[in-house]
Design a protein around this ligand. Structure first.
Ligand SMILES: Nc1ncnc2c1ncn2[C@@H]1O[C@H](COP(=O)(O)OP(=O)(O)OP(=O)(O)O)[C@@H](O)[C@H]1O
Ligand SMILES: [Mg+2]
Length: 464
């Protein structure tokens, strides 16, 4: 039977669970790094723009009633970089007249006053520009404020962000890669005992049932191996029981066959009719015994399947037992036994298989009839019992079964040899199997008053 072992890989799953959260953390980190890089670059740009604007503003003065704004070279040189960012500026006098720079470039969103400044973004010839507007009171006879606007395109700014951010990104990707490799290595080492165990199980001889070695596996896996071993031990016990059963059954079949052969031989050699008749009677008894044996073997096979294969339905256990008693009335009469039926006042529904349950009752009543001496009493009682169960009690006043043998009589082919009654030793084994397949219990007790045996069967009552 091919089994797909590869549909889910433990190693892949563990690796996934390790790396996915790590990747999420790294992604978050990359994002915050990007934000920090932007903030740093913004700050640097802000400072530069403001410093430049201040330098220009400090040079605004009035001479002979005319405002002048000579631009100090240092104020523009500080922007010089390899990015060739464009620097735009203008200076307006107190009445709005243009003192230097380009007219109408970069209008600020609001007019600053006093020594205030405003940062803002705008565009210049289709390119994004970051700018500052600064108001500077001018020392003059008329008073008033000059407005200085300095802006810069963002190439240098963006390159700074990128360089700050890319370095972190590279480090983080490297970190994930290294972590992945280490995790893979760790997983390989950690899972090695499990894989060894798998190989050991695969390599085994399919019939080998000895337990697996628990020493090389980790503590977490030990319960799994122990459970496996327990299952193996169970299978071993079952296999052994099955073998014993087959050996016993074969032996039980061979014995009467040998006897049959001998009886036929005697019959053939016999000269008169009386001898032939005697031989035939013997053969009849042997065949009867064999028929009973094969019937019991069949019952056992059916009962073993009971729990899994057979269809169960709602049946009245009270009625089934009454039928069993009725069917055995003739046998009771022949054996001169007083067979009584003390049924329940109402139906006792159980979920079960009628034929098997009839067999259960028949086996118990038959045992009582066969092992109780002539003139005895057998009573079959049915009641609803506590715990949503129904109870069948078969009592006789025969020899009973001593307490130390009460477990053994349920074994297949086990017979007590004291009785002198013919049988196969399978009756109670069949009973046990049927009771188990109906989730019930069976116990042997002393009859009160003694002597005698009381067999108590409890089955779960039908519920909905
Ligand atoms: N009511 C009983 N009183 C005394 N002994 C009993 C009674 N029922 C069973 N036993 C003992 O238990 C043994 C096992 O019973 P079981 O019904 O399993 O086998 P069997 O009666 O010998 O054979 P089978 O019923 O298969 O023909 C019997 O051999 C018998 O000694
Ligand atoms: Mg029996």
């Amino acid at each position: 039977m091919p089994v797909s072992w590869h549909s889910r890989s433990l190693r892949r799953e563990l690796l996934g669970w390790l790396l996915l959260p790590l990747a999420a953390v790294v992604a978050f980190n990359v994002w915050t790094t990007y934000r920090n890089a932007r903030q740093t670059a913004d700050l640097v740009t802000d400072r530069m723009l403001l410093a430049s604007a201040r330098m220009i503003a400090e040079n605004v003065r009035e001479s002979d009633g005319i405002f002048q704004a000579p631009i100090p070279p240092a104020a523009l040189e500080m922007f010089a970089s390899e990015d060739r960012d464009r620097v735009i500026y203008r200076v307006n006098g107190p009445r709005g007249e243009l003192l230097a720079g380009y007219p109408e470039t970069l209008p600020p969103p609001r007019q600053p006053s006093g020594f205030q400044h405003v940062y803002f973004t705008g565009t210049h010839r289709g390119e994004a520009v970051y700018a500052v507007a600064l108001s500077q009171p001018v020392v003059s006879t008329r008073g008033g404020e000059a407005l200085v606007v300095v802006g810069q395109t963002l190439r240098g700014h963006d390159r700074l962000v990128k360089s700050l951010w890319l370095k972190t990104l590279r480090d983080e990707v490297l970190l994930v890669a290294v972590a992945g490799l280490l995790a893979l290595f760790g997983l390989h080492r950690g899972l090695a005992p499990l894989l060894r165990l798998r190989d050991e199980v695969r390599r085994r001889d399919p019939h080998a049932l000895e337990p697996l070695d628990t020493t090389p596996v980790q503590t977490e896996l030990r319960p799994l191996v122990l459970a496996l071993n327990e299952a193996l031990a169970q299978v071993e016990r079952q296999v052994a029981a099955q073998r014993r059963f087959i050996a016993n059954a074969a032996h039980q079949l061979r014995t009467p066959l040998t006897l049959l052969k001998a009886q036929i031989g005697v019959g053939k050699r016999g000269s008169d009719v009386a001898a032939a008749h005697e031989a035939l009677t013997g053969i009849g008894t042997t065949v009867e015994g064999m028929t009973r044996l094969s019937n019991q073997l069949l019952s056992l096979a059916r009962a073993e399947q009971g729990s899994t294969l057979l269809h169960r339905e709602k049946v009245d256990f009270n009625a089934i037992c009454r039928e069993a008693v009725e069917n055995l009335a003739i046998m009771a009469m022949e054996r001169d036994i007083d067979l009584g039926f003390d049924g329940a006042p109402a139906a006792l529904p159980v979920s079960g298989h009628a034929t098997l349950l009839r067999e259960l009752a028949t086996n118990l009543i038959e045992n009582a009839l066969r092992y109780t001496p002539k003139g005895g009493t057998v009573t079959v009682r049915l009641r609803a019992a506590g715990g949503a169960r129904v109870a069948l009690r078969v009592e006789d006043n025969g020899p009973g079964i001593p307490a130390e043998e009460r477990e053994k009589v349920f074994e297949r082919f086990y017979r007590r040899l004291t009785s002198g009654v013919e049988g196969t030793g399978l009756g109670l084994a069949v009973v046990k199997e049927i009771v188990a397949s109906h989730e019930g219990t069976v116990t042997l007790q002393d009859r009160v008053p003694s002597p005698g045996l009381a067999v108590l069967v409890l089955l779960p009552a039908f519920d909905g």
